[in-house]
Design a protein around this ligand. Structure first.
Ligand SMILES: NC(=O)c1ccc[n+]([C@@H]2O[C@H](COP(=O)([O-])OP(=O)(O)OC[C@H]3O[C@@H](n4cnc5c(N)ncnc54)[C@H](O)[C@@H]3O)[C@@H](O)[C@H]2O)c1
Length: 403
């Protein structure tokens, strides 16, 4: 042994839990970070391995050829998080887990990880209910572990730029915040998982509708820009939920939020538009407006004298979490506590009366088979009115909102 100098610290070990569906993109991103030496992908967890690529278990631990290491080694695979956390092999022990599993599993998995001393990146929506959110915040508090939630817009430089423009008074005094999301989701989307489009399943809350899942980023990001991140930052929520698809949950909804400071927000959201357009958040002020296309990090500032359009970048939530591990006291981009305002909306959706069916006369069906999707007449126009006027579809007199 030469004894010259200490070894460089090993990169943190990261495990991905939930590897199919959206989890596949976490596996891809973790592998890219592994190639850069930022982390070591130590394990994959899912009750459902990729059958075609699983290799025989060794010592109780399976391994997947799917997502092989840069080194060519297979990545150890475990059917449950409990199996991973209790595994005797030190090399599979994670410092961080990424949880990309169905909504009803979030609280239990994130709590188990933090109690085992592991930091967490938890996919949105944070939990299935406000009570579960409070429980998760308590576990983070008690264990001192980091819990980042997967609202990737919170790590966008565009969002930070909008917040700065608002602070600097570039559009005068803010008079309201709106969000418009007019997307398309097909029959195949609702059939992809047993919990898709459900409000409850097997006695558990799921709350998988347009407001709380596909367009959850619109809600959480608009609230953050309106200054509402924690549970206490929201004073009132009104939701008005509808569906055109044959699902339990909502696919066409309007939401009004009043923040603690009295600012009003209106969100018009649908998955039944004729075509997908960029989801947009608009901050209205006495001297102009700011438009944020949060999927692409584009910001437009419009005042009497200025019309500026600018493209921004964004950080990755996993890298941000790893940076917070290295730098004690550094704020997470999307700390679990900062999703409380979003969870107030989620709770209003969860406890609202069942979404109302939009009458057939207001719906046109397009496409075939798994691509079939409903289009609600004039839905984009009504969503824009919700965002500008902060009134619900029913209050605005949208034709489908009247029986
Ligand atoms: N941030 C985003 O942009 C974004 C996009 C899509 C989905 N999501 C979120 O990601 C999460 C997963 O969504 P999805 O559509 O991929 O779901 P999915 O049901 O398609 O996939 C979930 C995966 O988790 C696995 N799984 C289920 N229970 C598990 C458990 N107890 N332990 C380990 N693995 C388990 C399943 O086998 C499956 O592989 C949800 O919270 C969803 O809202 C986020």
């Amino acid at each position: 042994m030469s004894g010259s100098g200490a070894r460089p610290p090993l990169p943190p070990a990261v495990a991905i839990v939930g590897i199919h569906g959206h989890g596949a993109s976490h596996v891809r991103r973790a592998r890219a970070l592994e190639e850069r030496g930022v982390l070591r992908l130590c394990a994959l967890v899912d009750p459902r391995p990729d059958e075609s690529s699983a290799v025989p278990a060794t010592g109780g631990v399976g391994a997947l050829r799917h997502g092989e290491h840069a080194t060519g080694d297979a990545i150890p695979w475990f059917p449950t998080l409990g199996d991973l956390l209790s595994a005797p092999e030190p090399e599979v022990r994670p410092d961080v887990v990424v949880l990309s599993t169905p909504i009803p599993t979030h609280l239990a998995l994130a709590s188990a990880a933090m109690r085992a001393g592991v930091d967490v990146l938890l996919e949105k929506p944070t939990t299935a209910s406000l009570a579960e959110h409070a429980e998760l915040v308590a576990v983070a508090q008690e264990t001192g572990r980091l819990c980042q939630v997967g609202f990737q817009t919170f790590a966008s430089h565009a969002v930070a730029a909008v917040e700065q423009a608002v602070r600097e008074g570039q559009i005068g005094e803010v008079t309201g915040v709106g969000a418009v999301g007019t997307w398309v989701r097909t029959t195949g989307y609702w059939q992809r998982a047993p919990w898709a489009g459900k409000r409850r399943t097997g006695g558990r809350d799921v709350v998988d509708g347009v407001v709380t899942n596909p367009l959850a980023h619109a809600v959480a990001t608009a609230l953050r820009i309106a200054g509402a991140t924690t549970t206490a930052d929201v004073s009132d929520v009104d939701v008005d939920l509808f569906h055109a698809n044959p699902i339990e949950a909502d696919d066409t909804s309007s939401v009004r939020v009043t923040t603690r400071s009295g600012l009003r927000c209106g969100f018009g959201l649908t998955l039944c538009a004729p075509e997908r357009t960029p989801a947009t958040i608009v901050v209205h002020g006495t001297e102009g407006r700011i438009e944020l296309a949060y999927e692409t990090d584009r910001v437009r500032v419009v005042t009497g004298s200025v019309d500026l359009d600018k493209q921004y970048g964004r950080d990755e939530l996993l890298e941000d979490l790893l940076a917070a591990r290295r730098e004690p006291g550094r704020r997470l981009a999307c700390d679990v506590r900062d999703t409380g305002a979003f969870m107030r909306v989620m709770e209003a959706v969860r406890t609202a009366p069942e979404p109302r069916q939009i009458a057939a006369e207001h719906i046109t069906w397009h496409g075939e088979g798994a691509d079939r999707h409903p289009v609600v007449t004039d839905v984009a126009r009504w969503c824009e009115r919700v965002a500008v006027q902060h009134r619900t579809f029913t209050e605005l007199g949208a034709p489908w909102a009247h029986a």
